[in-house]
Design a protein around this ligand. Structure first.
Ligand code: CU
Length: 253
């Protein structure tokens, strides 16, 4: 865990940031995105991640107070000229929310042989943050991991990265580039991935966009730090920290 108190930086977020700090400190000793969810038999350091900052019931409260809504609607004109370059409407959308409300949005569009993602966030501390698509479209801020009900935490309901049972991180279909939040607190990212399909996003249990509290190291751990190679947490999750905001991927209206 880093020294960062919270990915949030707006005054509105202060309370949550402090609450979040508690959660982070507790979770700091754990693997927030547990090895068990991505390496079912891993058994690595049971995170005991039963403590997390988000608490149910507060999720809806601040939803409409954030500036993200305005940001997302004005993104085309606010320096996001690249984002809308395709001009085509999104096929899927996700509103990524922490316990206070929307942190950012993802617009996903099917292109020829790839999925084009446009991700916008605001009101966050500058820096890189991990982004993934998780395998279950359920964003419960206080939930159990599907494959280990004893493991509780924020948005564990979304399960592992899509493709986590088929390969190591960062070769999961759901592994995405990290987003860079600028000094303004806003982040913008557009990219294509040919790893994900419509079936991934809209299968029976859906899918969820996850914004993490830390950068993703893509399991790129130099040998001098890890002579035996990265451990299971790293090859499972990229050490992207705990799950900060989650958004169910939905078919665009
Ligand atoms: Cu993730």
């Amino acid at each position: 865990m880093t020294a960062r108190f919270s990915p949030r930086n707006t005054p509105l977020r202060t309370t949550t940031a402090l609450l979040g700090l508690g959660g982070i400190l507790v979770l700091g000793a754990c693997a927030p995105e547990s090895a068990s969810e991505t390496t079912p038999d891993g058994g690595a350091s049971a995170p005991g991640g039963g403590v997390q900052s988000p608490s149910p019931g507060t999720t809806e409260g601040a939803e409409t107070t954030d500036t993200v809504a305005a940001d997302s609607t004005s993104s085309g004109g606010s320096g996001g000229s690249g984002a809308e370059s395709s001009g085509a409407p999104a096929d899927y959308t996700a509103s990524m929310q922490d316990i206070e409300g929307e942190v950012g949005t993802a617009q996903i569009r099917e292109t020829d042989g790839a999925m084009e993602f446009t991700v916008e966030v605001s009101g966050m501390e500058p820096g890189f943050y991990g982004l993934h698509v998780h395998e279950i479209g359920e964003c419960n801020p206080d939930s159990a991991a599907p494959d280990d009900p004893s493991e509780l935490g924020a948005f564990l309901s979304a399960g592992s990265h899509i493709g986590a049972d088929e390969s190591d991180h960062p070769d999961h279909a759901g592994d995405l580039p990290p987003i860079l939040v600028q000094e303004s607190g806003e982040g913008h990212l557009t990219f294509h991935t040919d790893r994900l399909t419509a079936e991934h996003l809209q299968d029976e249990d859906g899918a969820a966009m996850m914004l993490h509290s830390d950068p993703d190291n893509f399991a790129n751990i130099p040998e001098r730090y890890a002579p035996d190679g990265p451990d299971e947490d790293t090859t499972g999750t990229g050490d992207a920290g705990f799950r900060w905001a989650c958004g169910v991927v939905e078919a665009a209206a």
